[in-house]
Design a protein around this ligand. Structure first.
Ligand SMILES: Cc1ncc(C[n+]2csc(CCOP(=O)(O)OP(=O)(O)O)c2C)c(N)n1
Ligand code: SF4
Ligand SMILES: [Mg+2]
Length: 311
């Protein structure tokens, strides 16, 4: 049984995120894994809006806001600057939303992976542009209602399919990439700890529900982030040394319908919409995920016996 030690130190607290915000939990947990010698870059989006309210900066590590499109470029710049100052043993991490990653920030991320500086890029995926009022992004799933993909008699929410961001990043032959979910916090922390040791660029894509934009109760964030993995619409995986590894193989999926119908953004979906989502899930698992090597050993979530202090 693996034992995971989670630091009691807090590096992101007093922020103004909505109750139950999955993105803020992702930032908090990742910083526990990275520790105090960390530089944080956050582009325009919810995490910068809720974390940098003068005079109540909510980071106890160095943190700065980048332009919306530039997280990858700024991470490289911060890394170069710290090196030029002669610093050693530091982490440089970016936390960008799904819009900031899969849409407007994609080229900067791609360039950063090419440069292969020792930086960590974390995409907290709440599946829409939340900070500006829930607009559809390239990572909004099929059928989700947003303010730019409304639901009515003729249109049933987003007609687009979620981009395979993890695979897009892996196609760059990055040193280390992983998917995670805040429903599996130990797995997520473990992956961030692993990224910290990578001698080059790493990328973690963490599923992070948003009660405000999704129409769920604030107490359901973690259970929904778990359910999405159990029903097969999200997956826990790694890409390392050119190999794909699945960290959680689902023998029997839980109900996709239950997952969708618990969320206001999917309430309008009819049976044929749900069938189409299930078909797409089965194709993804059939063509891609079932071909990944399986190593559930790396998934520290099934045993809950962890310690809560790194002293
Ligand atoms: C160049 C530019 N275009 C648009 C905006 C407006 N803007 C600020 S935050 C944001 C949404 C960010 O969405 P996402 O990256 O998914 O993060 P979230 O707000 O969901 O956390 C937008 C469109 C901006 N700040 N800069
Ligand atoms: S709108 Fe969503 S992502 Fe933004 S702070 Fe609130 S819960 Fe978090
Ligand atoms: Mg978003």
């Amino acid at each position: 049984m693996k034992e995971l030690k989670i630091s009691k130190d807090e590096y992101f607290y007093g922020h103004k995120a909505c109750s139950g915000c999955g993105g803020s939990l992702a930032v908090r947990l990742a910083l526990k894994a990275l520790g105090k010698n960390t530089f944080v870059v956050i582009p325009a989006g919810c995490m910068s809006a809720v974390g940098f309210i003068y005079p109540q900066l909510c980071f106890s590590v160095n943190a700065m806001i980048s332009q919306f499109a530039s997280t990858g470029a700024m991470l490289s710049g911060v890394y170069a600057g710290a090196k030029a100052l002669g610093l050693e043993n530091f982490n440089v991490v970016g936390f960008a939303g799904d819009g900031g990653t899969a849409d407007i920030g994609l080229q900067a991320l791609s360039g950063a992976i090419d440069r292969n500086d020792k930086i960590i890029y974390i995409c907290y995926d709440n599946e829409a542009y939340m900070n500006t009022g829930v607009q559809q992004s390239g990572l909004t799933p099929y059928g989700a209602r947003t303010t730019t993909s409304p639901a009515g008699d003729n249109i049933h929410g987003s007609a687009n399919r979620k981009k395979d961001m993890f695979e897009i990043v892996a196609a760059h032959k990055i040193k280390y990439a992983a998917t995670a979910s805040i429903g599996y916090p130990k797995d997520f922390i473990n992956k961030v700890s692993k990224a910290k040791e990578v001698d080059g660029t790493s990328y973690i894509h963490v599923f992070a529900p948003c009660p405000t934009g999704w129409g769920i109760s604030t107490s359901e964030t973690v259970s929904i982030a778990k359910e999405v993995v159990e029903c097969g619409l999200w997956y826990l995986a790694e890409y390392e040394n050119g190999e794909f590894i699945l960290n959680r193989k689902i023998e029997e999926f839980s109900s996709v319908k239950n997952y969708l119908k618990n969320q206001g953004r999917f309430k309008h979906l009819d049976e044929s919409d749900i069938e189409s989502i299930i078909k797409e899930r089965d194709e993804k698992w059939g063509k891609t995920l079932n071909n990944f090597k399986v190593n559930e050993d790396k998934l520290i979530v099934l045993n809950e016996n962890s310690t809560c202090c790194d002293k």
